[in-house]
Design a protein around this ligand. Structure first.
Ligand SMILES: [Fe+2]
Length: 215
């Protein structure tokens, strides 16, 4: 999601008002309520919801200080995401193409700073928190936590997230996820995920997943 957004920001012609308007709308569409499935910045914020709602409370007993620092970082990301949304709206109000291009350069710089911090944060969660989770929580409990996170999201938001996630996962991750969905989710949800995978995932990778999972 970050790499895709970075590419869009980098390649956008900020002199072109119509194209920039589409980008700005996609960035923060309905950001205030974070309900829109098309809002890229909102989708980045969902990362914090699943962690703060399910994973962090379960980690408080063995990773309290780390969890508190990660929550602080989530708040910082939200602040930066809202600033980027505001900057994109502001760029549209500028009358000259040169001013809009200069604003676009600043938006790219703001986004790069956010993305660098965000990816560092994701790596810290993988290298510092995940080993603690694996040492303190069973695989079955972790599977139940994943199910709880998936269950937190309204169906349209979940499908929007999977729209980003499925094409970005490798065959092992896809097989694991699809296997869990097949085992624990209603058949109509399984069908929706399978249809999304057929449409969005590279066909060779998806065929391997289908054979492994038996779908
Ligand atoms: Fe996080």
């Amino acid at each position: 999601m970050i790499y895709g957004l970075s590419t869009r920001l980098q390649t956008n012609d900020f002199a072109d008002v119509a194209g920039t308007r589409v980008l700005a709308a996609d960035l923060e569409n309905n950001f205030a309520t974070a309900q829109s499935v098309g809002c890229i910045l909102c989708a980045l914020a969902y990362h914090a919801e699943g962690e703060e709602g399910v994973i962090f409370p379960a980690s408080a007993g063995f990773a309290k200080d780390l969890v508190n620092r990660l929550i602080e970082e989530h708040h910082e990301f939200t602040r930066r995401e809202m600033e980027i949304g505001r900057a994109a709206r502001h760029a549209l109000e500028l009358s000259s193409p040169e001013e809009r291009i200069a604003a676009g350069v600043r938006i790219n710089q703001m986004a790069n700073e956010l993305f660098a911090a965000y990816i560092t944060h994701l790596n810290r969660e993988e290298t510092e928190l995940v080993p603690l989770l694996q040492a303190n929580i069973t695989d079955a409990e972790q599977g139940a936590m994943r199910g709880k996170i998936i269950g937190m999201f309204p169906p349209d938001r979940l499908m929007a997230l999977l729209n980003w996630m499925l094409p970005a996962m490798n065959v092992n991750e896809l097989s694991d996820l699809l296997g869990a969905v097949k085992k624990g989710a209603p058949p109509q949800f399984m069908k929706a995920v399978a249809d999304l995978g057929t449409a969005k995932v590279d066909s060779a990778r998806w065929n391997t997943v289908r054979q492994r999972v038996g779908i």
